[in-house]
Unconditional design. Structure first.
Length: 260
């Protein structure tokens, strides 16, 4: 009986300590680009638009403002849900919350991408990271730092073209994830999600979007147009990535932060 009482006291004290602990006592880094008229969208997608319903003093003497917005699901800092390229996989609202938060790492390929805007992150890049930092643990969120985030929202530098419409798609040039590396991740590692500082997990010249298809078939979502990856270490931080909860959605605006 005494042992049980001691055990109960230990549990109560442990819960109290956890409850009183602040969510994050370290630095918080915002990984989200703001949504406005300059937000980068796919050349064929509807851009972000904010209209004013009312802004100013009311006839009762107080200030009031209200706006309405419209945009495509996929643009700015956003989430691609698996159903975007894989039938019967998770929609935005179906992704378990625990899959959108947790320990994260960065694979830094800025040097490779500076020399080649069409660079695709390889299996060798992941293996080299692991040689120096240890194996990517199960349940990790992986980010690819290409360095292209510094160009946002300059569409010409960031996407390779500032043109819009169907003809502009063939002129896209930015880095992404090689399909062989996507397959290696799904077969050899157990990650929660993947993100990067470009407009797509597949590189700009992709026409088959194989990395999307490989990852999404395994219900691994992607975070695209992620901001400020240059402010993060290669490991030792956590991420919370919460999208707009669009029922049945293939994607949506994402507010994502890193906790150091």
């Amino acid at each position: 009986m005494k042992c049980f009482q001691l055990l109960l006291l230990f549990v109560v004290l442990s819960v109290t300590v956890v409850a009183q602990r602040p969510l994050g006592s370290g630095k918080v880094v915002d990984l989200t680009h703001p949504f406005d008229a300059s937000t980068v969208y796919w050349p064929t997608a509807q851009a972000f638009k904010l209209d004013t319903d009312f802004e100013g003093m009311t006839d009762k003497g107080y200030f009031y403002s209200a706006y309405r917005y419209s945009a495509a699901e996929h643009g700015g800092t956003h989430l691609d849900s698996p159903v975007h390229f894989a039938k019967d996989r998770y929609t935005v609202d179906q992704i378990p919350l625990q899959q959108l938060m947790g320990a994260a790492v960065i694979i830094d390929v800025t040097k490779q991408c500076a020399a080649n805007p069409d660079y695709q992150v390889t299996v060798a890049d992941f293996q080299e990271w692991e040689r120096q930092n240890g194996s990517i643990r199960p349940g990790t969120i992986v980010f690819l730092r290409t360095g292209f985030g510094k160009h946002y929202p300059d569409r010409k530098k960031y996407l390779g073209t500032d043109e819009r419409g169907d003809a502009a798609v063939a002129k896209l040039h930015f880095p992404g994830l090689d399909s062989a590396a996507a397959r290696w991740l799904t077969q050899n590692r157990s990650i929660k999600a993947i993100g990067l500082d470009t407009a797509s997990i597949d590189y700009g010249q992709s026409t088959l979007f194989e990395s999307h298809r490989i990852l999404f078939d395994k219900n691994i979502p992607a975070f695209e147009n992620v901001a400020n990856l240059d402010q993060l270490p290669l490991k030792g931080f956590s991420v919370i990535a919460l999208p707009m909860k669009i029922k049945g959605g293939s994607g949506g605006p994402l507010r994502i932060v890193a906790l150091l």
